[in-house]
Design a protein. Structure first.
Length: 968
């Protein structure tokens, strides 16, 4: 079929099928055919892997095929900070495992979940009991509830066991800069973030403890001595920012909508050290760092890079059964080029001594060993890039060595042992025979340098009842100048330098210090390309400057990465111009490409219907499978993160190179002046320690003014965002929401409340004046069950141990510290929660699902939540606001008070900010009670209310402060 013909939609079928029905723990959508009923036959798939002998013939091969045809066990990981993850895991171990062990199903004992033996700290588990049994068999009901509620709040992440391996081999240390090049939907990014923050909690606590000690002894108030002591104690640790992690994770995906899924997935880990980007990994732009003292700006190089590349995904057929019917050899062949390019780009961006972990969920050597061989070769061989021996890592994980010999199946299903064989056959067949299309020499085992393929890792389904996976760890030994793919091996090209070789030069000279800013070279790189007046035309015809093209590249999805690139099949393109014009290659409409599939993992733990992935927080659905694969028009999600919505490209955008001005709009990231009046009010109200950084607060709107939310980022993220502003980088997410605007009235109430996401970062630096401490389980239980408990003015003691403190603390946001203790009625785990103190009530600012999850985990309590706001609303609608005397304030508001307050609206407003004059609490209270916020009530009642919205309306939604204390 000629190029430009019928659009490929078969990837869509495959993608949809694989995505469809892979739900969470909740009720099944019913759309997915049980795996046992799927026809598990594909002649070429089976013949190929049998002929390759990836496992020896005989018993083991039978085990391999029988495992691959069995339903995949469910697996999950306890996510988040280690302390918290272990606390949730403990609940499983101590409560649910014994409970399940006593269950019998069909008269057989049920196998309880088991920890994955090689996963650190028993934080990953798997269970063979089928999901539908767990869902429907009554003895599992409470376990099922636990799984659902902990997954919904992000404490449990459903993830394929083998997909957990790559991050574990990255050897991430504190302070490292890490890049996840192909990150969506984000299960590995989530692991990586946890690693970037490894040990942080304990370090910050130690810093605070030591500061307190020093202050008591009136020693150095700046804590320098403390730090020096600690550095001595453990120089491996990251103490440079008062114990906070100084590391960074950049998580990237070429597909904008998948990048949004990624944001959704990782942002609940609340990391200020995370940036999400949206670039084509093959052309990932160099990120500038600002100049240090007396130095010029430089290019960021990474300590660790994960290249979990797009692949045919045939190792996942146990959970993506459509692979059985859709597997064709063209899948792997078509992806090889883009996989090599991603890996080469990763190696370029790596520090010397740094590591790239390359992984796929495919078993095909064309996508695995051949890619490693090709990338190592292009980067200068083993002298430059070492293949790391990981055989001693993850003891207990059964694995095979990589293959040192393999064969390649062409699109027609013929199997070839060597390139020489193909060459000869090609010659005989003549130029019109298209069945050889896509075959390139680099897909075959290398014949020159002998590579230690035994250092690659292959994990097969029968080894520990998982999917299939491939992983290799590469280490950069010295600076590299990657040979452009257009240049034949070991033959020096005398043609004009290609873009890639100039990029290599920039990378190398920047790293060598010859040109530390790399800017001179970037200029010369851009000069390679003629300058045109209409940038859009440039994008379209391939003449755009490379930096601009890199930024344009998000229009190329996996499909596009795999589909739009690569006209320059190895050895064909020989100039910069030709490389620029390679768009259009690997076209799905090329013969044999119409059915090619790319593996699109859906978000872990997400409840997926056939065509859409709905946020578990009720946010508008993101379409899944990705662009080009779906049937329905995607809906436009509103970016909860920014002060404005974000509009997504239309369905076709990601599949067309003519994207022109249809780029998704991202609100800019603008850092605030540390002495901005709004920040000053925050520092003052919360007595924020001067040691808490004040130059990392950011907003997301073009004005740069704090309108709705103030975000916090790490120092390095701040430097990157500031330095690269306006340079075409596609940053789609960064920062943790720390303060939310609250339209609070009252002279002393801060108009910014602490958002629960940011609380763990800032709480330790909040002064005692805004802290409430709690020790007893019963006290917290009441606060969890009861929303807006109304407390009479003389009845604060009803709140038990916190009553007096809460009475005295003054209205507004405070920090509830739940302290651990050995007491019988005490907590084992320390917790921090946001609290809102109103005129006469109190409220934990937690979404309902989090309250429920905590009640279940801490108290095994699934009683319904009591929302006192309902009673209060009902009371307000009754004549004279009749209320039980126990819940009434010790003053009474008459209709006259209400009238006075409402009629003299500016009098009431005057309470806050001195607009009016009266500060009469009676008038104020009466007014507030009379004017419950309909808007917020409506927001709460709305079916699509998001978790963030719940948080945002929570503080004053139903209380007497409704009218005044609400999120702007
Ligand atoms: C195997 S998945 C990654 C899974 C992910 N690492 C995880 O653990 O959740 C491959 C991802 O690569 C992305 N992708 C495909 N081509 C790409 C390219 N050229 N640059 C960057 N990302 C790409 C796809 O959008 C897809 O999300």
């Amino acid at each position: 079929m000629p190029r430009g013909g019928k659009k490929n939609n078969s990837r869509g079928r495959g993608g949809r099928g694989r995505g469809g029905g892979r739900g969470g723990w909740g009720p099944s959508s019913g759309a997915r055919q049980p795996y046992v009923e799927v026809t598990k036959q594909n002649e070429r798939f089976e013949r190929f892997y049998n002929e390759l002998s990836i496992v020896p013939e005989g018993e083991e091969r039978e085990e391999f095929w029988s495992a691959i045809k069995r339903e995949l066990p469910n697996s999950f990981r306890f996510a988040g900070s280690k302390g918290h993850a272990l606390a949730v895991q403990k609940r499983l171990v101590e409560h649910y495992v014994p409970e399940i062990t006593s269950v019998k199903y069909n008269d057989e004992p049920v196998e309880p979940p088991k920890p994955i033996p090689w996963y650190p700290e028993q934080l990953a588990w798997a269970m063979t009991t089928p999901k539908n049994v767990v869902r429907k068999f009554p003895p599992f009901a409470s376990f099922q509830k636990f799984l659902v509620s902990e997954t919904s709040v992000g404490n449990i992440s459903r993830q394929e066991v083998v997909s957990m391996i790559p991050p574990l081999l990255m050897d991430i240390k504190p302070g490292m800069a890490v890049l996840d090049l192909c990150a969506a939907p984000g299960s590995k990014s989530a692991q990586l973030i946890e690693m970037v923050h490894g040990g942080e909690e304990a370090r910050v606590r130690k810093v605070l403890h030591d500061i307190a000690q020093k202050e008591k002894r009136q020693l150095s108030p700046d804590g320098m001595e403390v730090k020096a002591e600690m550095e001595q104690a453990n120089s491996e640790e990251d103490w440079s920012d008062d114990g906070r992690s100084t590391g960074l994770l950049i998580a990237n995906d070429v597909d904008y909508r998948r990048a949004q899924m990624l944001v959704h997935q990782v942002k609940r880990l609340n990391s200020p050290n995370l940036i999400v980007m949206n670039h084509d990994a093959t052309l990932f732009p160099s990120i500038e760092l600002p100049k240090g003292d007396g130095q010029k700006s430089s290019i960021l190089k990474f300590d660790r890079i994960l290249a979990d590349v797009p692949c045919s995904g045939d190792g996942t057929c146990r959970k993506n059964p459509n692979i059985w019917k859709d597997w064709i050899p063209g899948n792997g062949l078509g992806l090889h080029c883009v996989q090599v390019r991603i890996l080469v780009r990763a190696l370029q961006m790596l520090k010397v001594g740094g590591r790239v972990v390359y992984s796929t969920c495919s078993m095909n050597p064309v996508e695995n060993e051949a890619v490693i061989a090709s990338a190592v070769d292009r980067c200068g061989g083993l002298a430059k890039v070492n293949m790391v021996d990981c055989s001693d890592k993850l003891p207990g994980l059964k694995r095979n060595h990589g293959l040192s010999q393999w064969k390649v199946m062409d699109k027609a299903g013929r199997i070839w042992s060597s390139w020489a064989e193909v060459d000869a056959a090609k010659e005989k067949a003549g130029p019109d025979d298209e069945s050889f299309a896509r075959l390139v020499e680099a897909m075959f085992p290398p014949t020159d340098e002998k590579l230690p393929f035994e250092r690659c890792m292959r994990v097969y389904p029968h080894q520990q009842d998982t999917g299939g996976f491939f992983i290799t760890v590469l280490e950069k030994r010295s600076e590299i100048r990657a040979r452009p793919e257009s240049e034949p091996k070991k033959v020096k090209s005398n043609l004009a330098p290609s873009i890639i070789s100039v990029v290599n030069e920039i990378e190398a000279s920047t790293a060598n210090g010859d040109d530390p800013d790399g800017l001179h070279h970037l200029e010369s790189l851009d000069k390679l390309v003629p300058i045109h007046t209409n940038p859009d035309d440039d994008m379209d015809n391939g003449n755009a400057p490379p930096v601009a093209r890199q930024n344009q590249s998000n229009s190329q999805s996996v499909g596009s990465a795999g589909i739009k690139r690569g006209l320059d099949e190895y050895g064909e393109a020989s100039s910069a111009k030709k490389i620029r014009l390679r768009e259009g290659a690997e076209d799905p409409n090329l013969p044999g490409e119409q059915d090619r599939q790319v593996h699109w993992p859906p978000p872990p733990g997400a409840e997926l219907s056939l065509t859409e992935h709905r946020h578990d927080d009720g946010a508008p659905p993101l379409t899944y499978p990705p662009p080009g694969n779906e049937l329905d028009e995607p809906t436009t999600p509103v970016d909860e993160d920014t002060d404005a919505g974000v509009s997504l490209p239309s369905q076709t955008d990601n599949r067309t190179s003519k994207r022109k001005n249809n780029q998704p709009h991202e609100e800019p990231f603008k850092y605030l002046d540390p002495s901005h009046p709004e920040l000053l009010s925050i520092y003052a109200f919360y007595s924020l320690s001067p040691r808490f950084p004040r130059d990392r607060f950011m907003v997301r709107n073009a004005t740069g003014e704090p309108v709705k939310a103030v975000y916090y980022t790490s120092a390095l993220a701040c430097r990157i965002l500031e330095q690269n502003e306006g340079k075409g980088m596609k940053f789609v997410h960064c920062g943790v929401k720390m303060f939310m605007k609250q339209d609070a009235q009252g002279r002393d109430i801060c108009r910014w409340r602490i958002q629960s996401e940011g609380l763990p970062i800032v709480e330790a630096w909040v002064g005692e004046g805004r802290v409430v401490r709690l020790w007893r389980r019963e006290t917290l239980r009441r606060l969890l069950i009861e929303m807006f408990p109304k407390v009479a003015a003389d009845g604060w003691q009803e709140l038990g141990e916190i009553g007096e403190r809460v009475r005295d603390i003054g209205m507004g946001c405070c920090v509830l510290r739940v302290e651990a203790s050995d007491a019988e009625d005490g907590f084992e785990e320390r917790m921090v929660l946001p609290l809102w103190r109103s005129v006469s009530s109190l409220n934990l600012m937690l979404p309902k699902e989090e309250r429920r999850a905590m009640l279940l985990r801490l108290y095994n309590d699934s009683s319904p939540l009591i929302d006192h706001s309902q009673e209060q609303r009902a009371a307000r609608t009754e004549p004279n606001h009749a209320q039980p005397s126990s819940t009434r304030p010790n003053y009474s508001a008459t209709q006259a008070d209400v009238d006075a307050a409402t009629n003299g609206g500016n009098k009431v407003k005057g309470v806050n900010g001195g607009i009016g004059k009266t500060e009469d609490p009676v008038a104020l209270t009466a007014y507030v009670e009379a004017e419950a916020s309909d808007a917020e009530d409506a927001a709460l009642a709305a079916a699509q209310v998001t978790r963030d919205e719940v948080r945002e309306v929570a503080p004053g939604v139903a209380d007497e402060d409704d009218r005044f204390n609400r999120t702007v």
